[in-house]
Write a protein that binds this ligand. Structure first.
Ligand SMILES: Nc1ncnc2c1ncn2[C@@H]1O[C@H](COP(=O)(O)OP(=O)(O)O)[C@@H](O)[C@H]1O
Ligand SMILES: [Mg+2]
Length: 531
């Protein structure tokens, strides 16, 4: 690895300023990025107490000389760029030379490191920005950074750290992202000494199947220096989740994500929505990663073109395995996967028997499903809207076993922190401080963003705090149904199975009937076939 150097004031001026260290997950992100930039093939991460007590990242990468190790903990020192023009085409994950400085200023920091060619390693200890010790230590090639008591010297910041569970889920997300995008690297992750994942080196498909679920479709596109790879993953825990990597960097692109989800919903039932993993390799000169301190956002020079390509890949018919071919009876009953958390709405229908005694006749006026009862000959009419509201309502008032972990940043949540209890009653876990939704109930899966925005709208505009649980569930359920055309996911086979199991006398939470039965004998007398 090239030597660590101090950046010139000219470059420093052009670096997007801001806090690099917000919470344990941001420390993990910076340290793992350093390990990846150092060509490590094995990275071990440990956190204790959600990272508040300890964050440790060890790698077997290039390591540093003593001189470099000492320089690296200073501000604006990096081996990755030199001149302002280097900022135009960044090929490493780091480049600002700030992370080790920032981390060691707000923690009790110990780094040991050794290069292949050195006989002995170097240990650097920094407490709250003050260099405490430099010594020689034996170690293997590579680098270990231990960060204890994050923000011990900034009490206000320390107070803002959330519960162990919340901080852990942020760390998990960061590690998941790097683990997905670097399957050639072995990852180990421990929480309080317990292994959370141990990932051997693998192919992309195998890594995805370990972390998310089986790959059900795969597409690639190469055009004009742009390489796109798309994987759809059948998953129980990450339905509708989108992982987007640009040159191995995890990037949030809300608008693109919303369009991708919209496209997928035309192909998949909400409870079958896959996770999407999208890799884009672009010429580094075509993107600007120097726009945000945490490098979560990038500016694309040809944004529209790239997004169009991604969406056309998703809408392309040929290779998706989904066989929603538009037949009049598209329902495929699948037994839930073994080991899948049994929380999906689909499971309400129970086992795998066919709904033989009802024949689906068709749909009328966009909301009514018509069935012939093969035993009595009656015509059974189901109001899809009412049916769907009922399902959601029951799910809200039921237990919260249906929670699914997600990671959805949602600006504006902070001001709704006073509704924490309501969110949690409805089945959402929200980290208000960082404005991220951490889990959603199964009834909101697949359209979580619009459901959350409807709920936010409701909470901002109505006096919801003193409603009874039932009234609240009724309102939330209306918001959920309003959030997009949810009825298009209610398909005929599913509906009849639920009704067979639950009884045909359901009403929607607002009191309207879900099912109306028209007798065969009435039809016969309409048409004077009967005397
Ligand atoms: N795990 C590591 N292995 C080898 N070198 C490292 C490691 N972590 C940091 N370094 C060196 O320290 C320098 C400073 O790191 P950092 O403060 O994160 O800034 P940046 O990554 O932006 O260059 C890096 O440029 C790199 O040369
Ligand atoms: Mg770095």
């Amino acid at each position: 690895m090239p030597k660590v150097k101090r950046l010139s004031p000219l470059v420093i001026k052009r670096i997007a300023a801001g806090e690099v260290v917000e919470r344990p997950a941001s420390v993990v992100k910076e340290l793992v990025e350093n390990s990846l930039d150092a060509d490590s093939s094995r990275i071990v991460v440990r956190v204790e107490d959600g990272g508040k007590r300890l964050i440790e990242v060890s790698d077997n990468g290039t390591g540093m000389s003593e001189e470099d190790a000492l320089l690296a903990v200073e501000r604006y020192t990096t081996s990755k760029i030199e001149s302002p023009s280097d900022l135009e085409a960044i090929t490493t994950l780091g480049f600002r030379g700030e992370a080790l400085y920032a981390i060691s200023s707000v923690s009790m920091f110990v780094m040991t490191t050794k290069r292949e060619e050195d006989d002995v390693g170097t240990k650097v200890v920094v407490h709250g920005g003050v260099l405490k010790e430099v010594s020689r230590v034996p170690r293997e090639r590579g680098t270990t950074v231990s960060v204890r008591n994050l923000f011990f010297n900034l009490r206000a910041r320390r107070k803002f750290l959330r519960s162990k569970r919340t901080e852990e889920s942020h760390v998990r997300r960061v590690l998941m992202e790097y683990a997905v995008c670097c399957p050639h690297v072995e990852f180990e992750y421990y929480e309080d000494g317990q292994p959370y994942f141990l990932l051997p080196r693998a192919s992309v498909e195998d890594r995805l199947s370990t972390l998310l679920g089986d790959v059900i479709d795969e597409k690639a596109l190469e055009d004009d220096g742009l390489v796109l790879k798309l994987f759809l993953v059948k998953t129980a825990r990450f339905q509708g989740d989108i992982f987007f990597f640009v040159n191995k960097r995890a990037v949030w692109e809300r608008a693109l994500f919303a369009s991708i989800r919209r496209q997928l919903k035309q192909k998949f039932l909400s409870w079958e929505l896959p996770a999407v993993v999208l890799f884009a390799e672009v010429n580094p000169a075509m993107i600007d990663v120097n726009v945000h301190p945490s490098k979560r956002e990038v500016k694309f020079k040809e944004r529209e073109k790239l997004f169009e390509k991604v969406l056309s890949m998703i809408s392309e018919k040929k290779s998706f395995l989904s066989d929603a071919s538009g037949t009049s009876y598209p329902f495929r009953w699948k037994k839930p996967d073994r080991g899948q958390e049994s929380t999906q709405l689909t499971l309400e229908t129970g086992g795998g028997e066919e709904a033989l005694s009802y024949r689906f006749v068709g749909e009328y006026a966009g909301v009514f499903l018509l069935y012939e009862d093969l035993e009595s000959g009656d015509l059974v009419v189901v109001d899809k809207h009412a049916f769907h509201e009922r399902l959601i309502f029951d799910a809200i008032l039921g237990d919260d076993a249906g929670k699914q972990p997600v990671f959805i940043p949602f600006p504006g949540l902070k001001e709704l922190a006073c509704y924490e209890k309501l969110f949690s009653f409805l089945g959402f876990d929200v980290d208000f401080e960082s404005e991220v939704v951490l889990s959603v109930p199964s009834w909101a899966r697949g359209r979580e963003e619009s459901v959350i925005s409807e709920l936010c709208f409701l909470m901002k505009n109505e006096e919801v705090s003193d409603l009874s649980h039932e009234e609240l569930a009724r309102k939330a359920c209306r918001a959920a149904v309003k959030a997009g055309d949810t009825t298009s996911y209610v398909d005929a086979g599913f509906v009849i199975k639920v009704l067979q199991r639950r009884g045909f006398d359901l009403s929607c939470p607002h009191g309207r009937p879900v099912v109306v039965r028209l007798k065969k004998s009435d039809f016969e007398s309409f048409f004077k076939r009967r005397r």
